[in-house]
Design a protein around this ligand. Structure first.
Ligand code: SF4
Length: 514
């Protein structure tokens, strides 16, 4: 963590030639019934919108909302849903501004982003939806404004935060008025001048634009991606899948940018892939201090640049129940986080105290030491036909946060929703659970026997898992850290990992012939 070294971008991993991303209009046939995914640019929605989603889940689905690793929401088991009525309700609630673009409104932002970054997210969303050609973007293509713990295809990141890039000019940063500097948690106001670096699949091609040019620059880059994609077979879903994608797409985008921005664009140093670790305490704005598991976004939160307070809570296994929804729907504004959490922002100190109490009473995790911190799971049984186990029930029965690493439970080797960084992987197999440690984008290390297997980029959730594209980072594996326990002594190993109760689960699963 904290190492901002320049790393090579590895070859892409391709799963399928069919873009099967679920949406609000294109429902996915999961094992427990149709599944709808509703995009929330920046993870943002109002309490009223959440109330509508909760009502739809109660009326037609299983009554709950799932949070995804891209901070979107899913409704499951929509067996009784009338798709047209569902779309109409979502549209009336402002959750479906452009039916043609519903699959491509993939915009991530720091959960504690200030007003200026939030405005950029809205502006980008509007520009995207107003551009008919961009409806052809793949459903997996991700924009980001600010740094997020996800592998964005195109990102606009405050240039002052590219400290690891030797060409990220101290002079440029120094020219930013001190009071305007983008804070660790997202900017309330943005500096004028060269404020943002445009990153292509995480690679810094040296493009710097002022805040006012961020949206046109990202739109131009998205068109450039589509043009490069059209010349490539099979078609690329992600920018990193294109041969020499960052450089080629950047070069195409640059050709358009001068018309947009005149002399405001700096094409200085190119070809640097700058990789930031998620949760790096010295790293991305808005994720700084969040930790690899989002514990930094739990409890009472304060932005450095704001008088208002915010409170954050983790949602156990990313599942918002009727009780949770009843409380959260009273908020003016909400932000879903990539850590399957929720933030209630813009609160007075008194309101923050009240919200903290109410979220805790509703059963959400409001303390960093909660056993739910860092624990995630895919859909598992019965939601996914590929699942070998009810991983959510087993996680609830067995897991507590361990070893400083997130723990991700998966019902099969596809590993849907796996965290971007190093984590403990608990995988259901025909013989019980296999526990391994998965580093960033490399091969997992068996913790309790079993063969090492690729952790690479796990598949997106074909079974409608709780997470979508797991955001494996386009970086070389830093190398597998030695596991903290040796294979062999299973019981001792489980205890040292803090998963001692998992031994019982393994035995139970074996006993049931799973
Ligand atoms: S990892 Fe994905 S495919 Fe496998 S059981 Fe979980 S949701 Fe289904």
């Amino acid at each position: 963590m904290g190492d901002r070294s320049i790393r090579a971008v590895p070859p892409p991993i391709r799963r399928s030639d069919a873009d099967a991303c679920p949406g609000a209009l294109r429902l996915h046939a999961a094992a427990d019934g149709p599944l709808a995914r509703v995009r929330l640019p920046g993870g943002m929605l109002t309490g009223s919108q959440l109330a509508v989603l909760g009502e739809l889940a109660r009326r037609w689905g299983d009554g709950c909302l799932e949070l995804t690793s891209r901070a979107n929401v899913q409704l499951r088991a929509l067996r009784e849903a009338d798709p047209e009525a569902l779309a109409a309700r979502l549209g009336a609630a402002g959750l479906l501004p452009s039916p043609a673009h519903e699959l491509v409104r993939n915009i991530a932002a720091p959960p504690l982003a200030g007003a200026a970054v939030r405005a950029l997210v809205h502006d980008l969303d509007r520009a995207l939806c107003a551009d008919p050609a961009l409806a052809a973007l793949p459903g997996r293509f991700l924009f980001a404004i600010g740094e997020v713990p996800l592998a964005a295809d195109l990102a606009a990141v405050p240039a002052t935060d590219i400290a690891g890039d030797p060409a990220a000019p101290a002079a440029r940063a120094a020219s930013v008025p001190a009071g305007d500097a983008v804070s660790a948690t997202g900017a309330a106001s943005l500096p004028s001048g060269d404020a943002f670096a445009i990153l292509f699949a995480g690679a810094d091609q040296g493009i710097r634009v002022p805040a006012g040019v961020v949206v046109p620059a990202l739109i131009a880059a998205a068109h450039a991606f589509l043009a490069e994609r059209a010349a490539h077979q099979p078609p690329a879903w992600r920018l990193r899948e294109l041969p020499d994608g960052p450089a080629r797409v950047a070069a195409r985008a640059i050709a358009d940018l001068p018309d947009i921005s005149g002399s405001c664009v700096d094409f200085g140093s190119r070809g640097r892939a700058v990789e930031h670790e998620p949760g790096d305490p010295a790293g991305p704005p808005g994720t700084r201090g969040a930790g690899a598991d989002g514990r930094g976004l739990v409890g009472r939160l304060a932005r450095e640049d704001a008088l208002e307070a915010a409170v954050g809570a983790l949602v156990p296994l990313g599942r918002l129940t009727r009780v949770h929804l009843g409380v959260l729907a009273r908020a003016d504004r909400l932000v879903i986080t990539p850590w399957r959490g929720v933030v209630v922002p813009d609160l007075s100190p008194e309101a923050a105290d009240r919200w903290l109490r109410e979220l805790s009473e509703a059963g959400l995790a409001t303390e960093a030491g909660s056993r739910w911190a860092g624990v995630t799971a895919c859909a598992g049984r019965p939601g996914c036909a590929k699942a070998l186990a009810d991983v959510r029930a087993d996680a609830e029965a067995a897991t507590r946060f361990v070893d400083g690493l997130p723990v991700h439970w998966i019902g099969c080797a596809r590993g849907c929703g796996s965290p971007a960084g190093e984590h403990v992987r608990v995988e259901a197999t025909p013989d019980g659970y296999e526990v391994s440690r998965a580093p960033n984008g490399g091969a997992s290390v068996p913790v309790l026997g079993g063969d090492p297997r690729s952790a690479g980029e796990p598949a997106e959730s074909p079974g409608g898992g709780s997470a979508e594209f797991p955001g494996a980072r386009p970086a070389e594996s830093p190398g597998a850290r030695p596991a903290s326990l040796a294979a062999g002594d299973e019981r001792a190993g489980l205890e040292r990992l803090g998963l001692e109760r998992l031994g019982g689960v393994v035995a139970a699963r074996r006993g049931h012939g799973v």
